[in-house]
Design a protein around this ligand. Structure first.
Ligand SMILES: [Zn+2]
Length: 168
């Protein structure tokens, strides 16, 4: 079933100069606590950092569309020009340490079935549009193993893959 899509456009994007050959799974907290202990909603926090992503996948299975996948978003450093990305949102407010712990909690995963279903659907749409396969989906950790941990060990790749394959 097609998920509900909300539009929250980001101004951080530019024209692509290369074809998309990579799709990236990210994760971030719903509310990010900064070093002054102030919370920022995930969509605002990327603006603070002058970053962006094509879409967010909320825990209830709604998708927030932020940058047109035909445009470059700023989510994966040197891979930006050739990739699309989605943030899987971890419910609640977190500083970076508590976010890392939450993302690693396999026993009590923060990721929901509604999220795997909606995210699987979204990646399937990208795969179809850009003529890519499931194998061209990587995690942010795969791309930057020294710097990045997302989406963490709690992200169930098999469940995600099943949702991708089930998406019509
Ligand atoms: Zn990431």
């Amino acid at each position: 079933m097609e998920p509900t899509i909300i539009e929250i456009p980001s101004k951080y994007h530019r024209q692509r100069t290369k074809d998309v050959d990579l799709m990236v799974v990210h994760a971030m907290a719903e509310w990010v606590m900064d070093d002054k202990r102030v919370y920022h909603h995930c969509t605002d926090w990327l603006n603070v950092l002058k970053l962006s992503v094509h879409a967010f996948c909320l825990p209830d299975g709604r998708i927030v569309q932020s940058v047109d996948p035909q445009q470059v978003a700023y989510h994966a450093a040197e891979f930006n020009n050739t990739s699309v990305g989605m943030e899987f949102i971890v419910a609640g407010g977190h500083n970076y340490d508590s976010f890392l712990r939450r993302m690693a909690d396999r026993e009590n995963s923060p990721y929901t079935q509604a999220q795997y279903d909606a995210g699987g659907w979204w990646f399937r749409q990208q795969a179809r549009w850009f003529d890519l396969t499931f194998e061209q989906i990587k995690t942010h950790r795969d791309l930057a193993p020294d710097r990045k941990k997302d989406p963490g060990d709690a992200f169930d790749w098999d469940t995600f893959k099943a949702a991708f394959e089930a998406a019509g």
